[in-house]
Design a protein around this ligand. Structure first.
Ligand code: C2R
Length: 214
């Protein structure tokens, strides 16, 4: 893929999380978006701890060039809903498993929004974060043919891999893993030096990451 095709001048996806302690899992979203050459803005904002800064960030998101927002939070996860109240951009909410209730609390807090203020809620934790990024890519691909083509290629690749795993002539799971590792390395090589922008904004509500937290 041509470098110019992968490069993007300004981020199109906002990735917002309730605390610095959410960062390790939320960064998966930036990684997936980056694989497709889509830039993102990564921020920490909290509807509870920094409500005014959260409202400001959400209100200004569209004028900064963002087109989709991914919001992840744990516990009483009101962040995605609050952002959907302040912005008309599509908001994808990811419940995180950070409290002793294991993410079920965050799922309920994110999913059941009052009609008219939608949050597209994904699965809990890392799977949800990855799928939020994939869903954001599909939304952007509605208006971006190059991206739509890259998603089509990815779907073909996934189908090929699935077929390979079921094929009795393939030389087993070990060689499959080796092939995947090789492909990953090749992809990393191909995208090195052509990274899309990741804008990291600090602000109120930011907390130092806890050791082993998250
Ligand atoms: P700390 O680790 O900072 O104590 O945060 C965060 O997403 C995090 O998972 C603990 C958890 O609190 C969550 N949090 C929310 C919101 N703000 C922070 N759910 C919010 O506005 O919804």
């Amino acid at each position: 893929m041509a470098e110019s095709e992968r490069r993007e001048r300004s981020p199109r996806v906002g990735v917002v999380m309730g605390s610095e302690s959410d960062r390790p899992v939320m960064e998966e979203a930036a990684r997936v978006l980056g694989e497709f050459g889509v830039g993102c803005e990564v921020v920490v904002r909290s509807a509870h701890r920094s409500p005014e800064a959260t409202a400001r960030w959400a209100r200004e998101a569209r004028s900064r060039g963002l087109r989709v927002i991914i919001a992840g939070a744990g516990g009483a996860a009101h962040l995605a809903g609050a952002i959907a109240a302040y912005s008309r951009l599509p908001v994808l909410g990811v419940p995180l498993a950070t409290s002793p209730l294991g993410g079920f609390d965050a799922l309920l807090a994110t999913v059941q929004m009052p009609p008219g203020v939608p949050v597209g809620t994904l699965g809990v934790g890392a799977w949800g974060v990855k799928n939020a990024a994939h869903l954001a890519l599909r939304i952007l691909a509605l208006e971006d043919r190059g991206l739509a083509r890259r998603l089509e290629q990815q779907a073909l690749e996934l189908a090929r891999r699935g077929a390979g795993a079921a094929d009795p002539r393939s030389s087993g799971p070990r060689s499959g893993r080796l092939r995947e590792a090789r492909e990953r390395a090749q992809r990393a090589g191909a995208t090195r030096g052509a990274r899309p922008p990741v804008r990291v904004r600090s602000g109120p509500g930011s907390r130092r990451p806890r050791r082993g937290g998250g």
